[in-house]
Write a protein of this length. Structure first.
Length: 128
């Protein structure tokens, strides 16, 4: 298991994540809670995203979200990160979060749990 350091979230990341949070809270069934100084987002009981708040996981500019491989019969969740290095990447981040939300709706209907501590793979915004 990877050892996560809780890094301080810079003010600009907190601002950009507030924009993402406001949008996600408009989606049906989304709830938000605090986990390890981050904001965790759920559809029903299925966590699908984590955004930096006071702290961040992985690195100070990353948001985390769940992806599901279409090749996996069990549709098991995998945590990914998106480097939110500037304000222009908010739209791309929101696209990734929306896909994670839609996948979580399917997982919540199947009652598939999600690991609380994400195992992440860092992706450059240009590859998403």
């Amino acid at each position: 298991m990877k050892n996560f350091a809780l890094l301080a979230a810079p003010p600009e990341i907190r601002e950009w994540c507030s924009i993402l949070e406001q949008e996600m809270m408009r989606w049906p069934g989304v709830k938000m809670g605090h986990v390890f100084g981050t904001r965790a987002f759920y559809h029903r009981k299925v966590m699908f995203a984590m955004l930096p708040d006071k702290r961040s996981l992985e690195n100070s500019t990353a948001i985390s979200f769940v992806t599901v491989s279409d090749d996996d019969e069990n549709r098991s969740p995998n945590w990914q990160t998106f480097e939110l290095k500037n304000r222009n990447l908010i739209k791309g981040a929101l696209t990734s979060l929306e896909k994670a939300y839609k996948d979580s709706m399917l997982r919540s209907s199947l009652d598939v749990p999600c690991r609380l501590i994400p195992r992440v793979a860092v992706h450059s915004p240009t590859t998403l």
